[in-house]
Design a protein. Structure first.
Length: 152
C-alpha cells in the first residue's frame, strides 16, 4: 500500500470521536472518510519532489530549445546580412552599368547629332549649288530664247 500523504493516527481519531459521544461505527466511518480524502487530495513530500524533478527536467529542455532557436535566429540573421550585402553590391553594380550606359548613349547621341548636322550642312550646300545652277540654266535659256527671238 502507498504511503499516506499525511501521517494520520486513525485509531486515535476514532477514540477521540467515541469520547465525544459518537458511536464507534460512525466514528470509524468518519475517520476512514477523512483519511481517504486526505490521502486522495494531498501530495506527499515524495510527490512534490517528483514534480520538482520533472519541472527541472522540462525547464532544462526548454532552455536548451530556446538556446537552439537563438542559434538558428543568429545563423539566419548572419545569412540574411550576407544576402543583403550581396544585393547591395549587385544594386551598386547595376547602377554603375546604367550610368555607363547613359554616358555611352549620350556620346552616341552627340556623335549622331554631329553627323546629322554635317550631313544637313552638306545637303544645304548642294541644294544651294543646285538652285544656283538651275537659276543659271534658266537665265541662259531665257537669254538664248531672247537671242533667238531677235534673230527671227
Amino acid at each position: 500500500m502507498a504511503e499516506p500523504a499525511i501521517k494520520f493516527d486513525t485509531a486515535a481519531a476514532v477514540e477521540q470521536l467515541i469520547e465525544a459521544g459518537i458511536p464507534r461505527e460512525h466514528a470509524a466511518a468518519q475517520v476512514r472518510l477523512l483519511a481517504d480524502t486526505i490521502n486522495d487530495n494531498f501530495a506527499t513530500k515524495a510527490d512534490i519532489e517528483r514534480l520538482e524533478l520533472k519541472l527541472d527536467t522540462r525547464t532544462a529542455e526548454l532552455r536548451s530549445e530556446i538556446a537552439d532557436v537563438r542559434t538558428e535566429v543568429a545563423n539566419l540573421e548572419t545569412g540574411l546580412t550576407g544576402k543583403i550585402a550581396e544585393l547591395r553590391t549587385e544594386i551598386a553594380d547595376v547602377r554603375t552599368e546604367v550610368a555607363n550606359l547613359g554616358t555611352r548613349l549620350t556620346g552616341k547621341i552627340a556623335e549622331l547629332d554631329t553627323k546629322l548636322t554635317g550631313k544637313i550642312a552638306e545637303l544645304d550646300v548642294r541644294l544651294q549649288n543646285t538652285l544656283k545652277w538651275t537659276a543659271g540654266m534658266q537665265v541662259g535659256t531665257i537669254l538664248a530664247i531672247i537671242a533667238a527671238v531677235k534673230l527671227i
